[in-house]
Each structure stands twice: as C-alpha cells, then as structure tokens.
Write a protein that binds this ligand. Structure first.
Ligand code: ADP
Ligand code: ZN
Ligand code: ZN
Length: 733
C-alpha cells in the first residue's frame, strides 16, 4: 500500500503530496498522523490518501510509525481540505493544522494518564484478618476503603492514607496499580443548572420545524434580541441528537461566556464539548478527543470549532453570524460561513445562521432566495423592544454642558438607580481619555513604530499603542510647538466608570474591556458579579454588547455612538447599526421594560433613524441601495493585496512589480473591474513594518480573477517582504 503524505513543514517548496510505502506490519490508515523520513530528517505528516501504486515506485521510503492509534482527520474534513486550499490559496499543511489541537504537533500534549489503585480480584470482599495484621492500622484502613470504592487515584490515596501502607499492599500483591486516561474538563464547576423545561412559542416552533425538516440548505434566522433564538438552537440540536447525529454551534469568542455554557451543560450535560482559546492546552485537547471518540456529540465553540472532529454531523449553527470574528484575518485566512456551507454540504446537513442584525451580504442572499429566511419578529412574551432616545450632543455643548453625560443621560441614570435597577453603559473605546492632542497646533501623539495615535491609560499613567503594545511616558508639553496646554482628547471606559462612581457613591460600578479581562477568569468574574446584583452599573466596550441576558437591566446608555461611524470603511454604517441594536437589546429583557439613551453628534444620520425604530429592513434597503450604486459587496468582491516590509523601498518595489503584472493580466477585463489602484495603506506602519497595498473591486468572474491575483502575487514572493491577499476583509487598514 502507498500512502500520500503531507509533511508538517509549512514552506512553499514542500507544499505538495509525497508518496511513502506503508509496511504491512504497521496498523496505519487514512487521516492518521505518522512519522516519516524526509531527506536527512524525520518529520511528522498526515496521511491524506491511500493507493495501490505510485508513479515513482523505486524511490519510495517507508513510513516509520503512526503517532497516534487513531485517525485525527476524518474523510469529511479531508473534503474540506481540498475546498480550502483551492478557495483561499492555502498550503495544505496550514489547513491540516487547523483540524487538530496545536499542541498535538511535536508531541507537546498527550492524553493525561492517571495512576489508579484497586484490590486484586481474589482479595475483593475478603476478610482482611487472614492476610493483614490487626496492628497494621493504616493498611486495614486502606483495604477497607478500596474494598468499598473499587478503585481510586493513587494521588488521592496518598493524600488521605499512608503512602507506606499502599506500597506495602502493592508489594505483597494485594493491591494492583494501573494507568487510565482521564479527561481535563473545562469549567468543571459549571455543572449547569437544569432549567425549567421551555415550551417553544408558535413562532419558535415554526422555525425549529423548518430546520428539522431540512437535509441541506442554508437558513438565515433573523430574530430580534430576546426573541428566543438560543432556545430554538437548543431545540434543533436536541432533535438532531435524537436521530443519533451530532451538532456544532459557533458563537463569537467574546460571547462564549460561562453563562452560555451553563445553559448548554444544563440541557446536554457532558455531551457538550467546548472549544475555544481560553482553555488550557490540556483541556482543549481532551475536549477535542471527546468529540473525536463520539463521547461528546455537541461542539460549542468559536470560529475554529467549524473544524470540530465530530462524525455524522446533523446540524451546523452559526450564532451572531454578522460578527467580524468569523473572518480570519491572519494566516490561514478564511471565511467561516463559506467553510461552514461547504462542511454542511459534505455532511448532508443544514446550516443555520442566526442574528438580530444579519450582515448585509447574508440578508441579501436570503432576499435572492439563496438562503431560506426565517423570522422571529417579536420578543418572548411580547416584551417590547426598548425605547431609544437620541440626544444631540452638539446642542448639549452649545447649551453649556461639556461633560461626558448629557442631561437626559443623567436623569435616566438617576431614575434607574433610584428604582434599584441595573444599567449598562457602553463606550466603544478602552482607556481613560483616548488621544493626546495639542489644541494649539493640532499635534497628536503617535507610536514611533506604527502610524496610529497613542491611547492614554490612567492605571499606569502611560501612553500605549494598541497595535504593538509599546508604552510611552505621558507628555507634559507639545513636542511640536512646546505648548503646555496639550491634553487628552476623548472619553474612554475608565473615565466613564470614574464619573459614574462619583455620581453614585453608594453603588458599585464594574468595568469590562480588554484591560480588565486579561486573565482567564476575569470575564466570568465580572459577569457573575453583575448578574448577582452585586454591582449596579456595568461599563464596557463591545464586549458587553453580545448575548448577555441580565433581567434587571432597564437602562442602556450609549456614551458616544459615533465612534464606529466615522471609520472610513464601507462596513462602518452596518457595524454601527449592529452595535447599537445589540447593546440596546440588553435592556428590558425580563418583566421590566427597558430604555436606551444614545448620545451622538450626528443625530440625523439614517443609521440612528432606523436603529431607533428597530427597522432592520429599512436600514437594509437603504444600505443595500448604497452598496449597489457604489459597487461594494455583495455587489462586488474586494481583493486587497497587502505588502509589508521593514524596508520601505523594498515594499514599494514589490508592490510595483505586482501592480504592473496585474495591470497587464487584467487588460482585457476592464469591465469586471469597478476599482483597481495601488496606494499606501491607511495605517502606513505597524510594528515597524511599512504597509502598501493594491485594492481591487471585481463585479464578476470572481473565481477566475481571484486566481489570477493569487498566482501573480506568488510570482513576486521575495525574502524580507510579506505579501497577503485578502478577500472581502473586515477592515481595510
Ligand atoms: P435571543 O438569543 O434571541 O436573544 P434568548 O434565547 O436568549 O433570546 O431568549 C431570551 C429569554 O427568553 C431567555 O431568558 C430565555 O430563557 C427566554 N425564552 C426563550 N424562549 C422561551 C419560551 N418559549 N418560553 C419562555 N421563555 C423563553
Ligand atoms: Zn505601535
Ligand atoms: Zn502643539
């Protein structure tokens, strides 16, 4: 037998299949990892196909041995391998690496084996007086215990009994020791609360039935916040499990909270496995193993869980499908929804996308009947969506209030606190007071290595670069004009939290952003403190916008809604609309009605007009129209070729070479091009690397022209400069 092997080395030169002879003595099959000779080295590799003969039979070497005694890649995932390498121009090995826990490579992790002790069969249930002296108290105690529990971990026994006694009994052949694999379970303490059995509403059942009846296709569930989407997902999963199949549900990393897990554990117990980056390497490996072995049949996780090693997949769900974390922005670059569509097709199961604010692309696909649209237009129990009040901050400033909070916001907060309710205050920027700027000459403090403004952090009184992490001392005078009036510009989470503490001295204020959630459990601890009612106000960035269900929150304050509006990006209106809808959706989810106060300097912008009435469809129509006229996705495909190098001239030369060749290659494709130009990137430098780019917008022949771009870029690969091709990226910075 001949095995086709991909070796675990990521370079362009070895990105192909190598044939090896499979000795009959080895028990190795498709999808297994093996050790193989490679030149003068020994390398790890993946068997991706088996065949009878090879084209180069004389030169073949033998596979040395398998690395595991099971296949790590199923045939279904091998199907995805072909799709992803073709679609995203990826190296095979980079895709294969996505399929297994990173730490498995080079043997950095294995199953955790624990040593156990048990009585030998012939001694079980015996009276020990015949073979243990009465005076050997410790031995008698240990014997009695093991007789009762059958077996116990050696470490545990040594803690609770005499280690010498265990040694003695083992030496005399009364006790035997053995090793067994045990699973490291993440959040072991979250056993899950068995909640009230929920009966689906009529609208929910309609959705669940449509999905249950399908054996393929893509469904887009547009359900307002609090309409019971999660409940529908769980119902659909139960249905699939009943048929003996498995399910995968993806959620944005940020909303993978212990709260979500608790709900799933409560419903599905140990049948759920969790996959995300917050787990320890050992936990991640064990959860992955539980899915591979079929012990767990529901995978819940972030983006990469789309590669969960389950067999016999019956349903794939992507919650908050509009979330930007589903687009991978570093190698390997891929679009999770596209990959999920392909996986569902390979498994013969439906794909369910859900959101309160679907992406323009997805909703457009539903309108074109590529997807089946399902709707939950009302909240559970007809609870009203919160009232949104827009405050014109220009007017506020004009009338003499230049504080963080408008008068309306203060009044609403005071009212909410007076009633003993909870409030969420949202600000889309971390740090205390963002930029340092000079009011005399307009100087803004920037990072020396990156072309971005520095952000002031009060906790350690430094300026930080959010791109590279560099720190700088705070400026006391403007480096450009020497003015000492240099000051901090806008408002951040820290400053908002402080202002609230000053306003409500008797109330506890919590803050949640990247700075307060560095440690593994910080996220969970803050959410727990807030949901227990210990704190009255939660201040945070978009981290607090998603998924949370706090019944006592009746007020949501949006301090500065415009922050994402003014990014020069074609998705900035969409993002702002999504963000406002998501944050507002945290208010009034239970019996008490909710309200939202939104502060803006652009009160007449259509994003706000549609957000206030919760009119997704109105927003979609307007936005879609704009995209059609200006030729942006879904009416075009954006390709960005990004070249970066610490050598500015080199980056420029490489870009020029690519641009000239593309210009020739595309000479006869003028009509497929809505835009084609080379330029500096909006952020000209990150971590010392200069950034230049080519932007293309294609209106047709997507695959053919994308392949042309990929191949052109490949031909210009040089040392000391990196080239990336991005398709419809999240941002164009
Ligand atoms: P979404 O995911 O759409 O924001 P959730 O699924 O979190 O909404 O549901 C919102 C709230 O309504 C939750 O507290 C949930 O337990 C409750 N809920 C959902 N479906 C039902 C139902 N059929 N009957 C009663 N309560 C429900
Ligand atoms: Zn920097
Ligand atoms: Zn100045």
């Amino acid at each position: 037998m001949i095995a086709e092997v991909i070796v675990d080395i990521s370079t362009a030169e070895v990105d192909r299949v190598f044939d090896y002879r499979l000795p009959d003595t080895l028990k190795v099959g498709l999808g297994q990892r093996v050790l193989a000779p490679f030149g003068r080295m020994t390398v790890e590799g993946f068997i991706i196909a088996l065949k009878e003969t090879s084209e180069i039979p004389d030169k073949l070497k033998d596979i040395i041995e398998p690395l595991d005694d099971y296949a790590v890649v199923s045939t279904e995932l091998l199907g995805l391998l072909d799709f992803m390498t073709a679609q995203y121009h990826l190296r095979k090995v980079d895709v294969l690496r996505l399929f297994i826990p990173a730490e498995m490579r080079r043997g950095r992790i294995k199953e955790l084996n624990k040593r156990f002790a048990a009585l030998k069969a012939e001694y079980r249930g015996q009276d020990p007086s015949g073979f243990i002296k009465k005076s050997a108290v410790a031995q008698n105690e240990l014997f009695a215990y093991l007789n009762q529990v059958q077996s116990a971990g050696v470490a545990e026994l040594n803690r609770n009994f005499s280690a010498a006694a265990l040694k003695n009994l083992e030496a005399r052949g009364i006790v035997e020791l053995f090793e067994t694999a045990v699973a490291r379970t993440p959040y072991r303490d979250e056993t899950g609360t068995r909640e009230k059995e929920v009966v689906l509403t009529e609208a929910q059942s309609r959705v669940a039935k449509a999905v249950a009846a399908a054996t393929d296709g893509v469904f887009l569930l547009h359900g307002v916040t609090g309409s019971g989407k999660t409940e529908v997902y769980m119902h659909c999963i139960s249905e699939v499990l009943r048929q003996g199949k498995t399910a995968v549900m993806l959620v944005p990393e940020i909303s993978l909270t212990p709260q979500v897990l608790r709900v799933f554990r409560g419903r599905f117990g140990q049948k759920v496995a969790l996959l995300h980056s917050g787990l320890s390497a050992g936990e991640r490996f064990d959860e992955w193993r539980r899915l591979l072995s079929g012990e767990a049949v529901v995978a819940v996780g972030a983006r990469s869980a789309v590669f969960a090693p389950v067999q016999n997949l019956g349903l794939l769900i992507i919650d908050e499908e509009h979330d930007h974390s589903y687009i991978s922005e570093s190698n390997p670059r891929y679009h999770t929804i596209e990959v999920a569509k392909r996986r569902a097709r390979l498994s013969g199961c439906p794909l369910l996308l859900g959101s309160a604010t679907p992406s323009i692309e997805s909703y457009y696909a539903a309108k074109q009947r590529e997807y089946t649209l399902l709707e939950l237009p009302e909240r559970i129990n007809r609870r009203p969506l919160p009232d949104i009040t827009i405050v014109n901050m220009c007017k506020e400033v004009y009338e003499g209030n230049d504080g963080i909070f408008s008068r309306a916001m203060r009044a609403a907060l005071t009212d909410c606190m007076g009633k003993g309710d909870q409030a969420i205050v949202f600000i889309n920027r971390r740090g205390y007071a963002s930029f340092m700027l000079c009011p005399e000459c307009g100087y803004v403090a920037k990072c020396a290595d990156c072309d971005v403004s520095l952000v002031y952090h009060k906790e350690d009184h430094t300026l930080k670069c959010h791109y590279c992490g560099n720190r700088y001392p705070v400026l006391t005078a403007c480096p450009s004009c020497r003015s000492e009036r240099i000051r901090r510009g806008f408002v951040g989470t820290e400053q908002v939290a402080e202002a609230l503490k000053a306003m409500f001295p008797g109330k506890k204020v919590l803050r949640m952003d990247n700075d307060t959630t560095r440690t593994k459990d910080a996220h969970a601890t803050i959410l727990k403190a807030f949901s227990s009612g210990e704190a009255a106000i939660l201040v945070g960035t978009q981290m607090i916008a998603k998924g949370h269900d706090f019944p006592d929150v009746t007020l949501v304050g949006i301090v500065d809604a415009d922050l994402s509006l003014h990014f020069a990006d074609f998705r900035s209106f969409e993002r702002t609309f999504q963000l406002i809808t998501q944050v507002s959706g945290r208010a009034g989810r239970d019996k008490k009605p909710g309200s939202v106060v939104l502060q803006t300097y652009s009160p007449n912008h259509y994003v706000y007009r549609f957000a206030v009435t919760g009119d997704y469809r109105g927003f979609f129509d307007k936005e879609c129209n704009l995209r059609e006229v200006t030729k942006y996705p879904p009416f075009s495909r954006i390709i960005r070729v990004l070249v970066t190098s610490s050598d500015e001239a080199l980056a420029g030369r490489v870009l020029k070479g690519i641009f000239e060749e593309l210009t020739q290659g595309l000479a006869n494709e003028r009509r497929a091009l809505a835009y084609f130009a080379a330029m500096k990137s909006p952020v000209k430098r990150i971590k010392g690397a200069h950034r230049v780019q080519i932007l293309l917008r294609l209106t047709r022949d997507f695959d053919k022209l994308t392949a042309l771009v990929y191949n052109t870029v490949d031909r210009h690969a040089v040392k000391n400069a990196a080239c990336f091709v991005e398709i419809n990226p999240n941002s164009l910075y």
